[in-house]
Design a binder for this molecule. Structure first.
Ligand SMILES: Cc1cc2nc3c(=O)[nH]c(=O)nc-3n(C[C@H](O)[C@H](O)[C@H](O)COP(=O)(O)O)c2cc1C
Length: 313
């Protein structure tokens, strides 16, 4: 019997797959569909202190090998997702869920953390430090000083299970610096990676950008992101304290992609673009594909290969 069960801290999940924040998780109806699916759990859309309409459309476009988006954090606001999570945990006490939150500036993170800390929420909170699509705002995690200031402020008051969603890093020195910083905080997990910030796609028929916001610049997801996601998961697994779990996100289209993220050290794997394009059936398909690979190799549980990437001596 093959098991896809996994664990983050004391939280147990029956399946290693879940949605990535921003995909199929804006409304209570979408969240309910995730909860009823084979996914191990769910994460909400990144909630900001107040609801936001986001950027003008078109702001998402599927591409041959993935997607580009500049959504601008449209969301129903923290209260909406907190209300959902509180009602959900009463109905499903055995199914812990993730709440993603994002600040429009450093001060927002204190507001968000305080509100969740003061609530009865018992799940995991994902602080999104990496939204690349808000005009005029840098990605927080590309600025070490601001990241440190935000994490200091969060963990001064926040005592519940928490993690951070990170943008992709590309330089080994960046991994060293960010991991050294993250290791100082009581993080349950990191989630790596968010979209590759600021790609550009052109419609050849019209010589026009395929999305409207920011002159066509947007975050890239899907197959384009896979090697970067693998490198980020691997690099952080080699540098973070063993107790900090890693959620691997980016570039999943097949069971092999899921397998590869786990091989690099992912404890959980999220679906972004593939879920957007294929919908809820993606969870069953990818679970079956992953189980088939594990069966071929004689593996019955994720621990049989998690983090066991071979390198060439
Ligand atoms: C339409 C869309 C909206 C997204 N919104 C969020 C968001 O609100 N918060 C967040 O942390 N990531 C957001 N992301 C990034 C995804 O969670 C994920 O990190 C990224 O798409 C890479 O995964 P993929 O290659 O499977 O698409 C969004 C991605 C897409 C495509």
């Amino acid at each position: 019997m093959t098991s896809l069960a996994t664990q983050i801290g004391d939280f147990h999940f029956k399946n290693v797959l879940m949605n990535a924040s921003g995909v199929h998780c804006m409304t209570a109806a979408e969240l309910d569909e995730l909860a009823a699916s084979p996914a191990g759990t769910l994460v909400t859309k990144s909630g900001t202190p107040n609801a936001r309409p986001g950027n003008p459309e078109p702001r998402y476009q599927a591409l041959t090998m993935g997607s580009i988006n500049s959504m601008g954090l449209p969301n129903k606001g923290l209260d909406y997702y907190l209300d959902y999570a509180l009602a959900f945990q009463v109905k499903h006490p055995q199914q812990p869920i993730f709440m993603s939150v994002a600040g429009m500036g450093p001060d927002d993170y204190v507001t968000l953390a305080q509100k969740i800390q003061d609530s009865d929420f018992t799940g995991l909170t994902e602080f999104n430090l990496s939204c690349p699509n808000v005009p005029g705002k840098p990605q927080i995690a590309y600025d070490l000083e601001t990241t440190e200031q935000i994490l200091d402020n969060i963990f001064r008051l926040f005592k519940k299970p928490a993690g951070v969603k990170l943008p992709p890093f590309f330089d080994l020195a960046q991994f060293d610096q960010m991991a050294a910083l993250l290791n100082r905080y009581p993080l349950q997990f990191i989630n790596s990676i968010n979209s590759l910030g600021n790609g550009l796609m052109i419609d050849p028929a019209t010589d026009t950008t395929v999305i409207r916001p920011k002159g066509g610049f947007g975050g890239i997801g899907g197959a384009y992101a896979k090697p970067i996601a693998l490198a980020n998961v691997r690099a952080f697994r080699q540098r973070l304290r063993a107790e900090i779990a890693i959620i691997g996100t980016g570039g999943v289209n097949t069971g092999r992609d899921v397998y590869d993220l786990i091989l690099c050290g992912a404890d959980m794997v999220q679906l972004g673009t593939v879920l957007q394009e294929e919908g809820i059936p993606a969870f069953a398909r990818l679970s079956q594909e992953l189980e088939a690979i594990m069966a071929t190799k004689g593996y019955t549980q994720l621990a049989d290969f998690k983090g066991q990437l071979h390198t060439i001596a």
